[in-house]
Every structure is written in structure tokens, then in C-alpha cells.
Design a protein around this ligand. Structure first.
Ligand SMILES: Cc1ncc(C[n+]2csc(CCOP(=O)(O)OP(=O)(O)O)c2C)c(N)n1
Length: 369
């Protein structure tokens, strides 16, 4: 263990406020949040090379998020929020995107736990580190937005917002453009379970299913069973969030988003359907939230949630695809690389005050009115 890791563990131990133990889950919510089965000889459906690629990206994503948390704890950032615990779903999703600009490609209306999706699409970890440090070279917001609020025009990634759920509204817009355009491009929108209580989510269901005007949208809900500190089972009368799709005749599934292959094949099936039928599809993915809600709740590791990376690594080892040593070496490699990036970024300049109004209104660089 490096000195820095020891420090992180110690600081976690010192600052950790014991999480209130999760209230017993309502019986109807329990079965789908099962741990991925890890048999002595795990059988995969995907080819070894694909599994190794997914594992590499999952480790990269986890190490990046842990670096961002360290930066926050070392006062090299003002706020952290991110996606550790969602990698088994997010990496297969990012690898399935038809990446490019314009309506023939997929549009992404994401929320703040989506770094894994973007890394799988080819985003650079240093971009997230730059945004965390709010330096001028941050490619997503010029050093002006929160961590994990990406925006990548060339890949149809709309600016991620801190206001939850508004992405389900903007998704309608690109969905309409793609309905009119035809072709293969689809719109992807994701958000958490608590946010589905907001009207924007309902608007997305209504607008994506108007007769003869159906929209090619993949509606994703990543259900980690929490809305900051409010347990989901105190809020939902429906058995599964995905059941809300039924009233609109939207095809839907609830899956174990902690299992790589279950996620991979569910995403591919949904995307194939949408690309061909030009109709919406909803996936509710049951995922973990491994460092709490955000830095506002301490950003400390919680130990009572399944870790999808550990589950996948157990499967890879039992299938004889990677050894624990190889996987540990990979994590160490990314740890070293991202520590170096963070040191480099620390020396980069902050944005100049004159840029404060850039990008507020199109075509009015530097002006607010
Ligand atoms: C419109 C709006 N209302 C409230 C908030 C405050 N808020 C931030 S995150 C959050 C909980 C979101 O929970 P969920 O939708 O389950 O997503 P998760 O963070 O668990 O992934 C709330 C209520 C906000 N950012 N925006």
C-alpha cells in the first residue's frame, strides 16, 4: 500500500460517519439487487479479449473516481460527485454507443455518475481531473463547472447538469430530431431512482410514446436505492421503476447492473430494438453507490454494498482469464498514471476572470447581455 493510500484509508476511518443501516428492503424490491453469482468456474458468454477490455475500463474508471475523491480531500477541488459502483453497467453502455456528431449518431443526456460511460467512449481521465481542479484547460467547462459535468459536442454529449432530471426533457428534443431524420441514431438518457419522482421523467414517457410520433430513446434509470439520504423503499409504490413503462407500452427490463454480462446483453438488446423499431425502451439497472452520495456526505467507502469490480474480478479469476496479480498490477499502473496527472494539473492556471460569461449565450463570447 502506498503512503497516499494509507492516508486515504486513515482519513476515511477518521471522518467516516457510520451510515445508518439500510432499512429492510421491501420484499418486492429485493430479488433484482442480487449479487452477481461467482461460481468456482465462471462461464462467460463474451470473448476473453472483450472481457479484458471491459475490466481495463472498469479499473480505469474506479481509479479515476478515487483520484477525484483524493483531490477533493486534499483541497484540490471544491466538490465531488461521481459513479463508483456503476462500472459494470456504464462501461458496457459506453462501448455500445454509436459515437459521433449529429442525428445519425447517438445523443447522450447523462447525469453526474457517468464517467465510466465516457471513458469507455474514449474520454481522457485528465479531462475529468482538470474539471475537478477547475483549471482553464478543463475541456468540458473551462474550469467553471462541478466535477463529472462533462460536455462533448463532437460526440453528441450534452452538458451534464446539476439539476437532476432535466436531462429527460432535453432527451425529448434530440429524440424528435432523430425521429424526423430516420436512420440508426438513438438518444440515451440516464438518471437515478429518486429523480424519477420529478415531472421531467413523466414528460419523457409521454413525449416518447405519442401515437405515430414514437421516439428512439433509451430511457435508463440507475437505481442505487438512495436519493441522497432517502431510502427508495420509503418512496416507491410501484414494484419496479421499470413497471412505469408498461402504462405507455414501452418495452422495459429491470436488470442487475452490477453484473457485466447481464448489463452488456440487456443494453445491446435494447439498442438493437430502438435502432430498428424507432421506439423507446426502458432499462432499470440496479447498481451500487460505493462512496455515498457525494463529498457532501463525506465521500467515504461504504462496505455494505456489493462492489461490481470485485465481483467481476472474482469471475475473471475463476474463469482463468486474468490473475489477481495481473489485476492488482493494472490498478497500480492507473494509480501511478493518475497521480502524475493530478500533480501536473495542479500547476496549470485557473481561468481568467474575463472568461466568466463565455458560453452563457451562443455567439456572445464574454458577454452576458
Ligand atoms: C431539480 C433538483 N432537485 C433537487 C436536487 C438536489 N439533489 C441532488 S442529487 C439528489 C438525489 C438524486 O437521487 P437519484 O435521482 O436517485 O440519483 P443518485 O444521486 O442516487 O444517482 C437531489 C434530490 C437537484 N440537484 N435538482
Amino acid at each position: 500500500m502506498t503512503m497516499e493510500e494509507t492516508q486515504l484509508k486513515r482519513s476515511s476511518a477518521q471522518t467516516h460517519t457510520p451510515k445508518p443501516s439500510r432499512p429492510p428492503m421491501a420484499a418486492h424490491l429485493a430479488p433484482t439487487k442480487a449479487k452477481a453469482a461467482s461460481s468456482p468456474k465462471h462461464q462467460f458468454r463474451l470473448a476473453p479479449q472483450q472481457l479484458i477490455q471491459i475490466h481495463d475500463l472498469m479499473v480505469k474508471s474506479r481509479v479515476l473516481e478515487e483520484r477525484l475523491i483524493r483531490m477533493y480531500k486534499q483541497s484540490d477541488g471544491y466538490f465531488w460527485i461521481g459513479g463508483p459502483g456503476e462500472e459494470a453497467f456504464n462501461i458496457p453502455l459506453g462501448l455500445s454507443v454509436k459515437k459521433g456528431q449529429g442525428p445519425q449518431f447517438d445523443y447522450l443526456h447523462l447525469h453526474y455518475r457517468s464517467s465510466g460511460i465516457l471513458l469507455a467512449m474514449g474520454a481522457e481521465p485528465i479531462s475529468f481531473i482538470r474539471q475537478m481542479k477547475n483549471v482553464a484547460s478543463d475541456p468540458y467547462s473551462g474550469g467553471r463547472n462541478f466535477a463529472n459535468h462533462a460536455s462533448i459536442k463532437a460526440w453528441n454529449v450534452l452538458p451534464i447538469t446539476s439539476t437532476i432530471e432535466t436531462q429527460y426533457q432535453t432527451a425529448i428534443g434530440t429524440g424528435i430530431a432523430q425521429m424526423r431524420e430516420g436512420g440508426q441514431g438513438l438518444t440515451i438518457v440516464n438518471g437515478g431512482d429518486a429523480g424519477t419522482a420529478e415531472g421531467d421523467f413523466a414528460s419523457c414517457l409521454v413525449w416518447s410514446t405519442r401515437p405515430n410520433e414514437e421516439l428512439p430513446i433509451l430511457i435508463i434509470v440507475t437505481n442505487n436505492e438512495w436519493g441522497i439520504s432517502t431510502p427508495a423503499n420509503t418512496q416507491h409504490g410501484e414494484s419496479h421503476i421499470a413497471d412505469r413503462a408498461r402504462a405507455f407500452n414501452i418495452k422495459s427490463r429491470t436488470i442487475n447492473g452490477n453484473d457485466v454480462e447481464e448489463s452488456f446483453f440487456a443494453i445491446r438488446e435494447a439498442m438493437d430494438y430502438i435502432r430498428k423499431e424507432r421506439k423507446p425502451y426502458m432499462i432499470e439497472a440496479r447498481v451500487s453507490r460505493l462512496y455515498g452520495h457525494s463529498s457532501a456526505s463525506g465521500a467515504n467507502l461504504v462496505t455494505n454494498e456489493s462492489d461490481p469490480l470485485t465481483l467481476f474480478e472474482d469471475q475473471l479469476e475463476s474463469a482463468g482469464i486474468l490473475s489477481k496479480q495481473e489485476m492488482a498490477d493494472l490498478r497500480e499502473k492507473y494509480n501511478t498514471e493518475m497521480l502524475e496527472m493530478a500533480k501536473r494539473v495542479k500547476e496549470e492556471p485557473l481561468p481568467d476572470a474575463s472568461t466568466i460569461y463565455d458560453h452563457v449565450y451562443a455567439g456572445q463570447k464574454g458577454k452576458y447581455w
